[in-house]
Design a protein around this ligand. Structure first.
Ligand code: BDR
Ligand code: CA
Length: 306
């Protein structure tokens, strides 16, 4: 079986680090490019973190640097959650700078997509600024994109605002461009991430799973303050879980729009599960996940890493 070509657009970020690890060591995904975007922390830091991860994983995947800020608003980062550097808690090796492409992320994505013999899947696990710019600048790429499988949005409540999830709320205009693109979209949102938990006993098991497991353990100890003991939410890994083990999700095809103007709801994904808006579906939305299956899959996936 051919491996599925993917581009990961990311802002590591502790949960990004694990999602990237799972993708890189999977037998089913062919990660052709990693692009970085400002989100959890600054563009400089997320790029540095990506290059450190690739050195740590001993993988030579090209990296292209993308947008330093959202399309309209200034960046409000999540360093309160991921630490000042974005991956606080583990002593990583130096960034592998020779993997950095000269091309901007948007141009690098275009090249990979247009040159791929097989349609490429985009996996944004960060604000969607780069993806929106790509679709706006080079609409011809659409014909060779298989689908966009994102971690972003929520069919429930938010984590950046009452109703808005971080990746969408950080750049709502970009998310709107993506949801309006007509491309097949899969949304693994915040609300399924709430059930994609890794408990302390899982983290302890990871300590014996080689260096990736150990790295995860020490990052998790620092991640989101106290939630190590109550269960850490592996948001970004949900996008990989959908790609690699979709049967663990309940999925509904529905119309999703992005609230851009709401005084208190800007950046909300309006997931019209009951069809009030009378619009044709534009996304497959993950509405539930089997948490037990996820835990097993996650541990198994980490055990496959170095
Ligand atoms: C998303 O926001 C970031 O903090 C995480 O990396 C994830 O992509 C969850 O809302
Ligand atoms: Ca992320």
């Amino acid at each position: 079986m051919n491996k599925r070509p993917v581009i990961i657009d990311t802002d590591p970020g502790i949960d990004d680090a694990l999602a990237i690890a799972i993708a890189l060591f999977s037998d089913e995904l062919d990660v052709r490019l990693i692009t970085t975007v400002a989100g959890n922390v600054s563009l400089k830091n997320v790029t540095n973190n990506t290059l450190k991860l690739l050195n740590f994983f001993e993988k030579d995947i090209p990296v292209a640097v993308g947008a330093a800020q959202p399309l309209i608003e200034p960046l409000v980062d999540a360093s309160n959650v991921h630490g000042a550097s974005g991956m606080e808690g583990f002593d990583f090796p130096e960034p592998k700078t020779d993997l950095l492409l000269k091309d901007h992320a948007v141009n690098a994505m275009r090249k990979v997509i247009m040159e791929s013999e097989e349609p490429v899947t985009l996996v944004p696990i960060a604000p969607m600024t780069n993806i929106a710019l790509l679709l706006a600048m080079y609409p011809e790429v659409k014909k060779n994109i298989r689908e966009i499988v994102m971690m972003g949005g929520s069919a429930g409540r938010g984590n950046k605002g009452v109703m808005s999830e971080f990746n969408v709320a950080t750049d709502p205009e970009a998310a709107k461009i993506v949801f309006d693109s007509g491309l097949p979209i899969v949304m693994a949102g915040l609300d399924v991430g709430w059930s994609a938990l890794v408990y302390p006993q899982d983290s302890e098991k990871m300590l014996d799973m080689g260096k990736t497991g150990q790295m995860a353990y020490y990052l998790f100890k620092r991640y989101r303050g106290g939630s190590f003991n109550t269960g850490l939410k592996m948001y970004d890994s949900c996008a990989m879980a959908y790609l690699l083990c979709p049967e663990m999700f309940k999925v509904e095809e529905t119309f999703v729009d992005i609230e851009l103007n709401g005084e208190m709801t800007r950046g909300c994904t309006v997931v019209d599960l009951k069809g009030y808006l009378k619009k044709a579906p534009n996304a497959k939305v993950c509405t539930a996940i089997d948490g037990e299956k996820f835990r097993e899959w996650f541990l198994e996936s980490v055990s496959r890493c170095i």
